[in-house]
Design a protein around this ligand. Structure first.
Ligand SMILES: [Mg+2]
Length: 95
């Protein structure tokens, strides 16, 4: 596979996914404030929030839970948005 073909394969559909993550980031900031500000939230608190969101992914996979692909996708987007917020805080702390 050429580099261009590999790039196209890897990036297929990611525009929509990243847009969903950005929308979720905005929702999180509106609900909880801008936690991407360096030092506003400790790394341990960020880890707890991220793990809680990962737990909600696990709940969405629970066979006894009335899960749907849509719910699983929403939870995964929330995990990604939390990680992005943490990365933004780390980025702001080093610039
Ligand atoms: Mg969640």
């Amino acid at each position: 596979m050429t580099t261009a073909a590999l790039t196209n394969f890897v990036l297929a559909g990611t525009d929509e996914i990243f847009q969903q993550i950005n929308v979720e980031r905005l929702r999180q900031v509106l609900k909880f404030g801008d936690q991407s500000i360096a030092g506003s939230v400790s790394d341990l608190t960020r880890l707890r929030i991220l793990v809680e969101e990962v737990g909600e992914v696990a709940e969405a996979l629970d066979v006894e839970h009335a899960n749907t692909k849509r719910e699983l996708c929403a939870e995964l987007v929330q995990v990604a948005a939390c990680a992005v917020g943490w990365l933004q805080a780390l980025q702001k702390a080093t610039t």
